[in-house]
Each structure stands twice: as C-alpha cells, then as structure tokens.
Write a protein that binds this ligand. Structure first.
Ligand code: 5GP
Ligand code: MN
Length: 342
C-alpha cells in the first residue's frame, strides 16, 4: 500500500472506525470486513461493521456476525450517526459508492478519512487511502496483506484467520479461478498457520444447504437452463414466483451460474433473477471474454473480467430478450478460441 505510513499514523491512536461492504455481501465481502474488524478491535479501536443489506445465513458463523448492523433493516439512523461520527471508514470489496445503496452518499458526505480495499476493476476515486489490486484474488487477501504490512501478523488469531480464509476460498472458486496465485496459497498457508480450520470453514460455507435449495438447483438445471451453442452462451432466468415456490433465501442462488458456465464450450454464462425491485444478473466467463465490459456496457454493472454483475429495470422476459438481442454483437468475441483449451 502506497500510503501505508499515513494510514499507520491514522491508526496510531484509538479511532472510531466504520467498516462497510457491498450490497448482498458474499463471503469475501463479509469475511474481509469481519476479519478486519476483529483485527482493529484487538488494536483498541471502536469498530462498527455496517452492511447495506442482509447476507446469506451460511456466513453467520463468523466471529462478529452478531454485531453487524444491517442498514436496511431499520438501522438507517443508527448507521447514519456512526458514519457521520467515524474517524475512519473502510470500504471493502467494492469499487464504487453506488454499490452500497443509500449508504454510499452518507459515506461520501462523512468527514472521516476513507480507506478503499478492493480488487474490482475501475475503482471510483473517493478514498483518502487506497489499497487496490485487480491482481488480488480476493479482498480478504488484501486485508491480510495490509495487516502484515502494518507489522501485525501475530495479532491474527483463529477467528480472524477463518473469516479471511472464507473470503479467499470463495472468491477463488476454491482455488480454481485464474486469479489463484502462488501468493494466494502463501496467504492461505499463513492463515492455516494462524489457526484457520479449512475443513470447518468449507463445511460451514458450502455444506449448509436446505433441502429446498437443492430441489431448486435441480429444478433450475432441468427446467430453466438454456444453451445457445451458436454463441457459446448458457443462461438461466428465474421468476419471482419460482423463488417463492422454493422458499429461496438470500444466498440460495449463489453458485447456480457456475453450472451454466461448466457446459463444455461455454464462454459466457448468465443468471437472471427477478428480484422484484429489479432484475439482478450474474455473469461469468472463461478466457478473454470480459463480462465486466459486457455488464458495464449493457446492464449498469461491472466486477471482474470473468465474474461480474448488473441489473435491469425491465421485466424478466424483456431483460432476457435484451440479453439475447445483444449476443449477435458479441458473436465474434464469444466464438474466439479460449486459449487455455489449446
Ligand atoms: P455476483 O454475480 O456473484 O453477484 O457478482 C460477481 C462480481 O461482480 C462480484 O465481484 C460483485 O462484486 C460484482 N458485481 C455484482 N453485481 C454488480 C453490480 O451491479 N455492479 C457492479 N459494479 N459490480 C457488481
Ligand atoms: Mn471479492
């Protein structure tokens, strides 16, 4: 981190700290937030973690979960006060304030110094301190690196190590995505050394399904998965009624898009879900096709080259039509040979 010395100075006395992360936090968002929170608390700071929305139940085992303030669950005023009074606000795992909904403008207006720790493409310039690398496989990896650079590796105990490990594990697709590096494994080796139980974390995050969720995956794969070989594209569109029918909870659709991506020859996969307030879309790709660009250009979104998200205010059917209508424009890119298969 370039401004390490200045940040170190800012943290040299007890501060009021707010940590926030993106809409519908995933394991990297929440794990990096609670890992950092655990560390800063141990260093004597007063820390509040505020999430814009709720997050999956399979993350609730993380230490500090019970004190997380969910902004849109009646905590708007409390959050606004904490943000306004903070000395430092850490923004984790997102690159633009729009990703934290109404909290974004509160953070922008706050007098606090802001610290951005993130690995998404094209960050907005709003932070005082930026610790940002698109090379990093996860934000949790960056948080660990920051703690080490601050000279505090030994402060990390089992709870912090496991929260951070969960972030690295999920954002690398369990160490399978191209973002997984030798450094990632070194970080993980350190986290294990510091107490992370990899089996425990993996069971808690991945083997926490309800029967409804598994039936829903079965239904989505057998009835809803569409494959367009001409465009090397597969997609799944889920209606609000289907979510209700399978009692879908936050996080239950996570990972579904990866099944579509796993079809032989598929270059882009999309999962379109009618979330009522908007259609939320998850994009995944393999090789050079950038779903970050695709999401940015067409669906007010972004993310990483091979994993991005976006939204649409059209109906689900209209959104699917828009998506399908765009494919001819990208046909050449979608048909380009994926080098790793050569
Ligand atoms: P997911 O499909 O798992 O929700 O998100 C994939 C990646 O894209 C994550 O890194 C996530 O932070 C990012 N992402 C998801 N939705 C959006 C969005 O609406 N806007 C932007 N800029 N990024 C998104
Ligand atoms: Mn992340």
């Amino acid at each position: 981190m370039q401004d390490l010395k200045a940040l170190q100075k800012a943290l040299s006395k007890a501060r009021k700290v707010v940590i926030t992360t993106h809409h519908k936090p995933d394991a990297d968002a929440l794990g990096s937030s609670l890992g950092l929170a655990g560390y800063l608390q141990k260093k004597g700071h007063e820390v509040a973690v505020i999430t814009p929305t709720d997050y999956p139940a399979f993350l609730s085992w993380m230490r500090g979960n019970d004190n997380v303030i969910v902004f849109n669950e009646g905590n708007e005023e409390k959050s606004a006060a904490l943000v306004a009074e903070a000395d430092l606000i850490f923004c984790l795992d997102f690159s633009a304030l729009g990703r934290i909904n109404e909290l974004g403008e509160l953070v922008r207006a706050a007098k606090a110094e802001k610290v951005l720790i993130d690995h998404h493409l094209e960050p907005e310039d709003f932070a005082t301190y930026t610790f940002w690398s698109t090379e990093a496989a996860s934000t949790a990896e960056l948080v660990f690196q920051l703690i080490v650079e601050l000279g505090d590796r030994q402060v990390v105990g089992k709870d912090i190590a496991e929260a951070l490990y969960a972030g690295v594990m999920t954002d690398t697709g369990s160490f399978k995505h191209p973002s997984t590096t030798e450094y990632t494994h070194r970080v993980v080796a350190d986290l294990i050394h510091l107490g992370a139980d990899v089996h425990r974390v993996s069971k808690l995050v991945y083997d926490n399904n309800t029967l409804d969720k598994l039936r829903f995956i079965g239904y989505a794969l057998s009835e809803k998965l569409q494959f367009l070989p001409e465009y090397n594209t597969a997609y799944i569109a889920i209606t609000a009624e289907e979510l209700e029918r399978y009692k879908s909870r936050t996080g239950d659709t996570e990972g579904l898009v990866n099944y579509a991506l796993s079809i032989e020859g598929v270059v882009m996969a999309a999962l379109l879900i009618d979330r009522t307030e908007a259609v939320k879309i998850s994009f995944r790709s393999v090789g050079e096709f950038s779903v970050n660009t695709f999401a940015r250009e067409n669906f007010e979104g972004g993310g990483h080259k091979n994993a991005a998200g976006g939204k649409s205010n059209l109906s689900l059917d209209e959104t699917v039509d828009k998506f399908l209508g765009l494919l001819p424009k990208y046909k050449e890119q979608l048909q380009a040979k994926v080098l790793i298969y050569q």
